[in-house]
Design a protein around this ligand. Structure first.
Ligand SMILES: [Zn+2]
Length: 366
C-alpha cells in the first residue's frame, strides 16, 4: 500500500484518538468498503463514484428497518439518538468489515477500542478529505460505473430491449445519446447514469487530487525544543496532520545559537534531536529529518516546502522567510500558525517556566 501510515495509537500518557488511519490491511480495491458518518455525505457520494461500496450513516436506520432488524429504544431525545446512531454504524462496521470514516474524535476512539478499522478525517473540504484517504489507503481515483451515487446499490448496463422502458420515458435522459453511448441503471432506485459532461468534471477534479496527493506534503517547523512540553506536542501534532504521509523537516536550534538567545542552560543539540526523533517515531510512526539551525531561517530559503508551521512568536520570521524567498524568485511557503498552549495559570507553557520550576510539562502549576 502506497504511503500507508499504519495504526495510530494513543501514546503512553493516554492522549485522545489521533487523526490518521488504521485501515491496516491489504485487501484489493474491490473488497474495500466504507461506512461514513453524517458529516461526510459528500465524500460518501464520491466514494461511490469511485466504485466503493459506501454506506451513509443517514441511511443506516432506513437500511435496518428494511432488513426488519430492531435498533433499540429511540425515545431518549437527540443526544441518545446520536449515540444510538453511532452504535449502529459501529456495529455495521464490525459486522461487515467496513472501514469507518468519521470526523468525530470520540467516535473514532470508541471504534478503535472495539477493534473497528477507522479513519479519522481532519478536513471538512472534500478534496482535502480525498487526499487524506489517499494518503493512508491505496485509493482508486478513477470513476467506475459500479455503484449508484444516490443509494449505493449496484448499477448495470441497460440492455437494448430495455431502452424503451428505461430511457425513452425519462425526462432527464438526453434522447440524442440513446443508442450512441452506454447507459446504466441502478438496481436499487432505478436512476439512470451515462458519461456526460458531469463525468468530465469528475475526472478533472480527480486529476487535480492525484497531482496533489503525490508525493506527499513537505512541512517545515523550527524551534529549540528544549524539554518537550505539551505546547511543543500540539505544534508537532499539527505538523504530522498536515504532512499527510509526506516529508517533515525540523529545524533545531544549534547549541551555539540556542545559548546566544538564552541565559539558562539548554539540553545539547544531540539530546534534543534524539528526544524529538523518538517522540515522532513513538507517537506517529514517522521518521523526521532534523537540520541544525544556525540562524533563524535554516533551509527554508533554499528548499521548497508546502507549509511552515510556527508558533505566534515566530510569525514574523515566517513572513521574513517568504519575503526573502520572493526576492529570490521562489514560491512562498504557506504559513500555519499554531496558538500558544496555556498553562493552568493562564500563562504560556514554555521551557523557561518549566526550568524555573513554575509549572510542569503539562502546564500544571507547581
Ligand atoms: Zn440507486
Amino acid at each position: 500500500m502506497r504511503g500507508k501510515r499504519g495504526r495510530v495509537s494513543a501514546d503512553a500518557e493516554g492522549a485522545d484518538a489521533e487523526y490518521g488511519c488504521d485501515a491496516d490491511d491489504d485487501r484489493a480495491c474491490d473488497d474495500v468498503s466504507f461506512i461514513a458518518d453524517r458529516m461526510l455525505g459528500k465524500l460518501c457520494v464520491w466514494l461511490r463514484i469511485l466504485g466503493y461500496d459506501t454506506i451513509y450513516a443517514g441511511q443506516v436506520l432506513q437500511r435496518l428497518n428494511d432488513d426488519g432488524e430492531t435498533h433499540g429504544d429511540e425515545t431518549h431525545g437527540d443526544e441518545a439518538h446520536g449515540d444510538i446512531e453511532d452504535n449502529l454504524i459501529l456495529n455495521l462496521a464490525l459486522k461487515e468489515r467496513r472501514i469507518l470514516l468519521t470526523r468525530d474524535k470520540q467516535l473514532a476512539t470508541h471504534a478503535r477500542a472495539r477493534g473497528a478499522m477507522c479513519i479519522l478525517l481532519r478536513s471538512d473540504d472534500l478534496n482535502e478529505q480525498l487526499r487524506e484517504l489517499a494518503s493512508c489507503l491505496n485509493l482508486n481515483l478513477e470513476p467506475v460505473a459500479r455503484r449508484c451515487s444516490e443509494c449505493n446499490a449496484p448499477i448495470r448496463l441497460v440492455r437494448e430491449d430495455e431502452v424503451e422502458e428505461l430511457l425513452i420515458n425519462r425526462e432527464y435522459v438526453p434522447k440524442a445519446l440513446i443508442h450512441r453511448t452506454d447507459f446504466w441503471v441502478c438496481e436499487g432506485c432505478g436512476r439512470i447514469y451515462w458519461e456526460g459532461s458531469h463525468w468530465r468534471a469528475i475526472r478533472r477534479r480527480l486529476e487535480t487530487i492525484k497531482k496533489e496527493t503525490s508525493p506527499g506534503r513537505r512541512i517545515a517547523v523550527g524551534g529549540t525544543f528544549d524539554t518537550l512540553h505539551d505546547g511543543h506536542k500540539m505544534l508537532l501534532e499539527t505538523v504530522y496532520e498536515l504532512s499527510a504521509g509526506g516529508y517533515i523537516t525540523i529545524g533545531l536550534t544549534s547549541d551555539t545559537f540556542a545559548r546566544i538567545k538564552r541565559e539558562r542552560a539548554v539540553l545539547s543539540f544531540k539530546a534534543r534531536a534524539e528526544n524529538l526523533r523518538q517522540y515522532m517515531r513513538r507517537k506517529y510512526h514517522v521518521n523526521v529529518r532534523i537540520v541544525e539551525l544556525n540562524d533563524r531561517y535554516g533551509v527554508t530559503l533554499d528548499e521548497d516546502f508546502d507549509y511552515i508551521v510556527i508558533s505566534p512568536e515566530t510569525y514574523n520570521v515566517a513572513l521574513k522567510i517568504n519575503k526573502l524567498r520572493r526576492e529570490k524568485g521562489k514560491k512562498e511557503i504557506k504559513i500555519v500558525k499554531v496558538p500558544h498552549l496555556l498553562a493552568e495559570d493562564g500563562m504560556v507553557i514554555s521551557a523557561t517556566r518549566i526550568k524555573r520550576g513554575e509549572i510542569d510539562r503539562h502546564g500544571n502549576v507547581l
